[in-house]
Design a protein around this ligand. Structure first.
Ligand SMILES: C[C@H](N)C(=O)N[C@@H](Cc1c[nH]cn1)C(=O)O
Ligand SMILES: [Zn+2]
Ligand SMILES: [Zn+2]
Length: 479
């Protein structure tokens, strides 16, 4: 084992520049799933993965998912499934990642072109998708390549599932996974699942993650006038949709993050003494929070409450308003129709449908209280469930040993405040343990401007993914 891993690690170091070039090619494809106009780029990114996987000798299939719900004829990007090895003597591990990214424009405040990988002298590799999730997805490909070129056999059969709609709620993927996990399906033989699509808590210590919050994403549309109006002519004589919308949005949550919708907080699982004690031992500090926040505007003064707020309590964030005047300068317009967007991160034991009903009722009641002649409508745009698994499984022990081998420390066991909608689907459909094994760090600024992945996290992270596969194979022999 150890000599093989050493050979693998050396090969990863040798190939590191070509791995960075591979990431550069991926980042240069603006595969933004939320923007219909970018759909051809999302498809181009899927084609890039297909060609890279084929060149490595994997069996690859690009599977269509049909038309995107709510659109007339916009095709969902394909799911890329691939297999590397099919020996009956080896364990089979299924890995998942996504090749789509969040929107990004230089004007948002990026220091560099978001779709050109820019590496600085500290080894920080800036670019949209570098950490979320192109770097980790390519980590699996890099691991295959380094094994091949070092002449070391991959110790497991690797099944891969890479999707192109994760940042838009993984439309269409649940049904696909359920079908492929059945007898005769592509994922039938999977014995454990590994997802690399979240982040370390700090910048030094890796973690293994066993929980995620869910995400229910809503839009609230307020409309009234037949078209946008001159505020000098109509201000004071027409009821304004934007005024109504911001008043309703302002009722959803208070400054300290407490959700104001009756019934939501009541659904949250109570905190036990056992669970409370887990937070004390986690390596995390308020300095870590302030570093990744870029300010000292946190709500809580201590790490325990901060982590609990992030992992085990719900939150509500207001994201933006479509139709609002948002450019620099002073335009005296009254927008005729505005669409507010907000989401709720859900936790055990919140039921998604019940959350929706409470949200719809609250918005309608609050709007009615305004006595406005404008109209309101609320829609759920997408929803993904929360997930909490057991870390007492060989899948986690193998990952823990891999972290110790590559980084020389025992990983923290963490939960994650973000969401990966299909995690629970993989667990339920395959009936197997799911592990989250992050590559990026807390300062990577996923979803934000200047997203980056540190060279060290990418290269050592590639070693980690490969080492995990070796320890998984060993854990099997012990079982
Ligand atoms: C944690 C993961 N890398 C991620 O960013 N997930 C997204 C998923 C999502 C849900 N709705 C839209 N995107 C997230 O947590 O926001
Ligand atoms: Zn993301
Ligand atoms: Zn992601």
């Amino acid at each position: 084992m150890a000599p093989q891993l050493d050979g693998y690690f050396k090969q990863v170091d040798k190939l590191s520049e070509s791995f960075i070039e591979r990431l550069g090619k991926a980042v240069s494809i603006p595969s933004v799933s939320a923007d219909a106009a970018r759909r051809p780029d999302v498809v181009k990114m899927s084609e890039f993965l297909v060609s890279e996987l084929k060149a490595l000798g994997a069996h690859v299939e690009s599977r269509p998912l049909g038309v995107q719900p709510g659109t007339e004829n916009l095709d969902l990007p394909p799911v890329i499934v691939a297999r590397y090895g099919s020996s009956p003597q080896k364990r089979t591990i299924l890995v998942y990642g996504h090749y789509d990214v969040q929107p990004a424009r230089k004007e948002d405040g990026w220091a560099t072109d978001p779709f050109k990988l820019s590496v600085d002298d500290q080894g920080r590799m800036y670019g949209r998708g570098s950490t979320d999730d192109k770097g980790p997805v390519l980590g699996w490909l890099n691991a295959i390549q380094a094994h091949k070129e070092a002449g070391i056999e991959l110790p497991v059969n690797l099944l891969m599932c890479f999707e192109g709609m994760e940042e838009y709620g993984s439309e269409g993927l649940d049904e696909f996974i359920e079908k492929e996990a059945k007898p005769g399906g592509f994922f039938e033989k999977a014995e454990a699942v590994c997802i690399s699509d979240n982040y370390w808590l700090g910048t030094e210590k890796p973690c293994l993650t066993y929980g995620l919050r869910g995400c229910n994403y809503y839009s609230v549309t307020v409309s009234g006038p037949g078209q946008d109006l001159h505020s000098g002519i109509f201000g004071g004589s027409a009821q304004e949709p934007m005024t109504d919308l911001v008043r309703v949005l302002g009722k959803l949550v208070d400054t300290d993050g407490k959700i104001q919708i009756p019934g939501i907080n009541e659904m949250v699982a109570p905190l036990s003494e056992d669970e409370k004690s887990l937070y004390e031992d986690i390596s995390y500090s308020m300095a870590n929070l302030y570093e990744s926040l870029g300010s000292k505007t946190g709500i809580y003064a201590d790490k325990e409450n901060t982590l609990m707020a992030r992992w085990r309590y719900p939150s509500l964030s207001v994201h933006g308003i479509e139709g609002a005047f948002a450019d620099p300068g002073a335009k005296t317009v009254i927008p005729a129709k505005v669409i507010g967007k907000f989401s709720i991160r859900t936790v055990p034991n919140m039921e998604s449908d019940k959350v929706d009903s409470l949200v719809f009722k609250f918005i309608k009641d609050e709007f009615a209280k305004l006595g406005s002649k404008n109209t309101v409508s609320v829609k759920l745009l997408h929803a993904g469930n929360w997930w909490v698994a057991s870390p007492k499984h060989w899948n986690y022990s193998a990952a823990g040993r891999a972290v110790e081998k590559v980084f020389g420390v025992k990983p923290d066991l963490t939960r994650e405040g973000g969401s990966i909608p299909v995690t629970l689907t993989f667990e339920k459909a395959t009936g197997k343990n799911v592990l989250l094994l992050p590559m990026g760090s807390s300062t990577d600024a996923a979803h934000s401007i200047n997203e980056k992945l540190d060279r060290r996290n990418y290269i050592e992270g590639t070693k980690l993914l490969g080492a995990y596969l070796h320890f998984v194979a060993e854990e099997e022999m012990k079982a």
